[in-house]
Design a protein around this ligand. Structure first.
Ligand code: ADP
Length: 345
């Protein structure tokens, strides 16, 4: 029978015991939409937690597992060979029960019966809302880490997974470009981003798209059609238009339909990139980011930080109150958008 207790036999003695130690045992979970780099983050949390002398528990399937008592003891070997893997070994889930006071009471009881006094939540803004409610109700130190491909969290320049997802988008568009050019086609390519256009803007510039349609800017379809007509008149043989799924004119199918009503200079095709954007091996950037933030979470908790999200701003670790990370929206640097217009003439 596997023991329900964390294994301590291969845990090294921490070399730095100089910090205060306001928390003892620790649980970690991944919640909401998964993102590449979550495993690298789990690895960093487990290794640094053990390094500093804490017992570390993994919770399976996010808040649902917290309520259903799905805890696994994590030792150094449990996170071996995962730094390069997409997804999350702890699984992720959305939990309706955690939205109820009764669900959160069960979650707290499952922590307390194991003497767990700190919880690290790797997820997006929904997961942080839940973490904040929980930390207001119960005496648990809570730390959030930004794990989402959307890059839309206030309090960090980059979220874990954004870089990998954008690289995936660029790789796909490079392939679409070949066939677009071979057949004189106009492609509308939809990427993830219900509320934020970071993937579309950065991916669109990197892949050389003619137009970038994002929720942060007003989409003017008449102007778009004029640009297409001008391009056609100038013998432009093909075109690529990247659309964030949250654009106010609709998704890629809807926009292609509206454009086709007024302009038929090209054969038009639509590609929805969908969930391939979430998967795959994390980029070096996301692995390093996840590793830094995982360690920052443990070190922040040891310094008495709670109800905060650890992020990176100007390459420095910054702790932002979770309620601010959730309440404030990120301000996109629209200079990138201006640049994209110059590049596409
Ligand atoms: P993401 O973290 O990717 O934004 P969701 O928005 O689906 O994902 O949120 C993940 C989970 O966080 C939800 O399924 C729910 O369990 C929990 N959650 C979100 N908002 C709240 C809230 N206001 N109170 C309690 N739990 C919440």
């Amino acid at each position: 029978m596997p023991s329900d207790q964390p294994q301590s036999s291969d845990q090294p003695q921490p070399s730095d015991q100089s910090h205060n130690q306001p928390f003892g045992d620790l649980a970690i979970l991944t919640s909401g939409g998964d993102s590449p780099g979550m495993n690298a983050c789990i690895r960093a949390l487990v290794r640094s937690g053990i390094y500093y002398g804490h017992r570390v528990w993994g919770v399976i399937r996010g808040y649902d597992g917290l309520i259903q008592d799905e805890f696994r003891p994590m030792d150094l070997r449990s996170v071996g060979n995962i730094i390069h893997r997409g997804g999350t070994i702890l699984k992720s889930a959305r939990s309706e029960e955690f939205r109820t006071a009764e669900g959160r009471r069960k979650a707290y009881e499952n922590l307390i019966k194991r003497n767990i006094t700190a919880l690290v939540v790797v997820g997006g803004d929904g997961s942080f809302r839940g973490a904040n409610v929980f930390a207001e109700e119960y005496p648990v130190s809570v730390m959030g880490l930004p794990g989402t491909i959307d890059n839309d969290l206030y309090g960090t320049d980059y979220t874990i997974g954004f870089d990998t997802a954008t690289n995936t988008v660029v790789e796909c568009i490079d392939k679409i470009r070949d066939t677009a050019d071979a057949h004189n086609r106009l492609f509308f390519i939809e990427v993830m981003g219900r509320d934020a256009g970071y993937i579309a803007l950065n991916g669109g510039i990197a892949a050389g798209c003619e137009e970038i349609l994002i929720p942060e800017t007003k989409t003017d379809l008449n102007a778009l059609i004029e640009v297409l007509k001008k391009g056609r008149a100038n013998h432009k043989s093909s075109g690529l238009i990247i659309v964030a799924e949250g654009d106010e004119e609709g998704g890629a199918y809807e926009i292609a339909r509206k454009v086709a009503k007024q302009f038929n200079g090209y054969e038009m095709k639509v590609t929805i990139l969908g969930h391939i954007q979430r998967g795959g091996s994390p980029s070096y950037f996301d692995r390093v980011l996840a590793s830094r933030l995982g360690i920052a979470a443990i070190e922040g908790l040891r310094q008495g930080q709670s109800k905060v999200m650890a992020g990176i701003i100007n390459n420095k670790i910054v702790y932002t109150p979770i309620y601010e990370a959730v309440k404030n929206s990120t301000q996109m640097d629209l200079d990138l958008y201006r640049i994209s217009k110059i590049l596409a003439i």
